[in-house]
Design a protein around this ligand. Structure first.
Ligand code: PMP
Ligand code: GLN
Length: 384
């Protein structure tokens, strides 16, 4: 194995899901829903297969999907040309990889906010660039994990080329505010940075919060690649239909890498996702409402079981402090939990460069049926 991949031999999701399967545990580790997406979308995919949409789609993606993506982004008052400013990818994962491979290389620094989604560090390593990491700061009063604007500013040097930002944020569940994003945008403009934003949870924000794309703020359209995915929007994480939108020059750079990663993918799923983007907005609203009530359900259960629950403002996830239960190492606990009580969760420290500062925080996913959440909570009560 090449040295640059040596730190990335396995993912925590694979490890914890394998453990959960082996022990028959309730899996609140890997974030994937246990119900299907809109029926009309599933029917469209079947129709597409039956009607012969089974060969390579066009390199940038099928035109009806690129049009639907561009139309979908008009809700943020952002405009993209479906022919040159939209690229369909194999999930957001490939969009992130191709953006980094196309835009960053040896000598460049890429700024990540930690905790960071695991593929970010691996893809920065693949690109040959160097990662600089700035931690979210926990608000001592509310427990909310917030971006530390001064620390972000301080981390920027002459070689910083790109900022990779994720909101709504996995794993903390923080939804960056308009004010926070405005400050981050000002830093990008001041230092002439490219921004790559991972917005896969854009629709999953709670309590009347609003998702704000960084690319919609002044001065950002010309320097931002915005990434999203159908997986979280329409409960189809296994379809791996993702996309990016941005200025033609940046999209072309990412596309140059993408064409040699997978070339294309998911032909019959593309018209189905286009259909869902065009016709299933009400279904997504329903999903958001259900997830908010699932969040409330799991938060109540975890709190009762004795965890120090942190606020979850969006995504599939809630973070919890394990110290009130007498534990200190979340990784150790997550390795033991399936065997001990039959629940799987994910330690947040694996998404950071400073594990000791995050080792007391564990992430639970609530994108599961109510009875599954209830069973997990009942088991977690047996922990002490
Ligand atoms: N970014 C974040 C923050 C995620 O949580 C995930 C996983 N769901 C992805 C990217 C990957 O998305 P996809 O499954 O579309 O590749
Ligand atoms: N995004 C999902 C999570 O954070 C899992 C994705 C994966 O398994 N790679 O749980």
């Amino acid at each position: 194995l090449t040295p640059r991949l040596q730190p990335f031999t396995s993912t925590i999701f694979a490890e914890m899901t394998a453990l959960a399967t082996r022990t028959n545990a309730v899996n609140l580790g890997q974030g994937f829903p246990d119900t299907d997406g809109p029926a009309s979308m599933l029917a469209e995919a079947q129709r597409a297969i039956a009607s012969g949409i089974n060969q390579y789609p066009p390199g940038p993606g099928r035109p009806e999907l690129r049009q639907a993506i561009a139309r979908h982004r008009t809700r943020y008052a952002t405009e993209f040309d479906p022919d040159t400013e939209v690229l369909v990818t194999v999930g957001a994962t490939e969009a992130i990889a191709s953006a980094l491979l196309g835009l960053a290389g040896p000598g460049d620094e890429v700024l990540l906010i930690e905790p960071y989604y695991d593929s970010y560090a691996a893809c920065v390593a693949l690109s040959g660039a160097t990662r600089r990491v700035v931690a979210l700061r926990e608000d001592p009063e509310t427990g909310r994990f917030a971006p530390d604007i001064d620390a972000i500013r301080a981390a920027i040097g002459p070689n910083t080329r790109l900022l990779l930002l994720n909101t709504p944020h996995n794993p903390t569940g923080t939804v960056f505010t308009h004010a926070e994003l405005t400050e981050i945008a000002a830093i990008c403009v001041e230092h002439d940075l490219i921004a790559v934003t991972d917005e896969v949870y854009e629709d999953l924000v709670f309590d009347d919060r609003k998702h704000v794309p960084l690319g919609s703020l002044p001065g950002m359209a010309e320097r931002t690649l915005t990434i999203s995915s159908a997986g979280k929007m329409f409960n189809c994480t296994g379809w791996k239909i993702g996309w990016m939108c941005g200025p033609a020059e940046l999209v072309a750079a990412a596309r140059a890498a993408k064409q040699f990663l997978t070339f294309v993918g998911g032909a019959p799923f593309q018209p189905a996702v286009a259909h869902a983007l065009n016709h299933e907005a009400a279904w997504v609203t329903g999903l958001r409402e259900q997830l908010q009530s699932k969040r409330d359900r799991l938060v109540a259960g975890l709190t009762e079981a004795g965890f120090g629950v942190r606020p979850s403002e969006g995504t599939y996830f809630v973070c919890a402090d394990v110290r009130p239960l007498g534990f200190s190492d979340g990784f150790q606990l997550c390795r033991e939990l399936p065997e001990r009580i039959g629940v799987a969760a994910v330690p947040v420290q694996v998404f950071t460069d400073s594990p000791e500062q995050w080792q007391h925080i564990v992430r639970f996913a609530f994108c599961k049926k109510d009875e599954v959440l209830d069973e997990a909570v009942a088991r977690l009560h047996k922990l002490t």
